[in-house]
Design a protein around this ligand. Structure first.
Ligand SMILES: N[C@@H](CCC(=O)N[C@@H](CS)C(=O)NCC(=O)O)C(=O)O
Length: 210
């Protein structure tokens, strides 16, 4: 069965699609509009009870949470495409470590910037300058740690592209694009080189064209 991906147009789903392309997994997309209530309809809530995209469906059933889905695909299709967990237990441990950093250190401040700067009107919220300022400061401190790490390694988990790098693609794309804070990446030499490297992968370029 071709993997079905619900909600292809949004950042968290793009994390999943980047993984499917890197792993050479065939997929089809099911459009879902998060701004018109699609995700709160009973038929969608039956797939994802929290009412957010992405969800995937394959021969084994449905799965939600983008980072759980990418881990699932990287393991299930271990023998094809890019080795996104690395090749050894140590490499896998480092990939998991930096995936956790992405989810718990990088994502919260960048998400606040995206919501307050890019999507406030669509979400019907008033941008909060204090949240924007604090989030930028927090994100800067996280990126300083990335700068140190990337001065010694080409990628976050070592010298190989992995799920840890891939997981950063959608929201860093927002940061350098719609959020208007490209300087946060370009002002850090090694983070900037890493971003050029990962955002120029064929998988990500294909997603930007879709
Ligand atoms: N932790 C979830 C977050 C998913 C998420 O926030 N999805 C957004 C789109 S990027 C969404 O569906 N928002 C709709 C809503 O909040 O109603 C994941 O990684 O899958």
């Amino acid at each position: 069965m071709v993997v079905k991906v619900y909600g292809p147009d949004y950042a968290s789903t793009k994390r999943v699609i980047a993984c499917l392309i890197e792993k050479e997994i065939e997929f089809e997309t099911v459009p879902i509009n998060i701004f018109n209530g699609d995700t709160k309809k009973p038929e969608f809530l039956a797939l994802q009870p929290f009412g957010v995209v992405p969800v995937i469906e394959d021969e084994d059933g449905t799965l939600f949470e983008s980072r759980a889905i990418i881990r699932y695909c990287a393991q299930k299709y271990e023998s094809q495409g890019t080795a996104l967990f690395g090749k050894t237990s140590r490499e896998r441990g480092l990939v998991e470590q930096w995936l956790e950093v992405e989810a718990h250190n990088f994502h919260p401040p960048v998400y606040n910037l995206v919501v307050n700067i890019m999507f406030s009107s669509q979400l019907g919220i008033t941008p909060d300058p204090k949240v924007i300022e604090e989030s930028e400061e927090k994100l800067g401190k996280v990126l300083d740690i990335y700068e140190m790490r990337l001065s010694r390694n080409k990628y976050l988990a070592g010298d190989f592209f992995s799920l840890a790098d891939l997981s950063h693609l959608p929201f860093t794309q927002y940061l350098v694009g719609g959020v208007g804070k490209e300087y946060m990446i370009r002002g850090r030499k090694h983070v900037s080189a890493w971003w050029d490297n990962i955002s120029n992968r064929a998988s990500w370029k294909k997603i930007l064209q879709l």
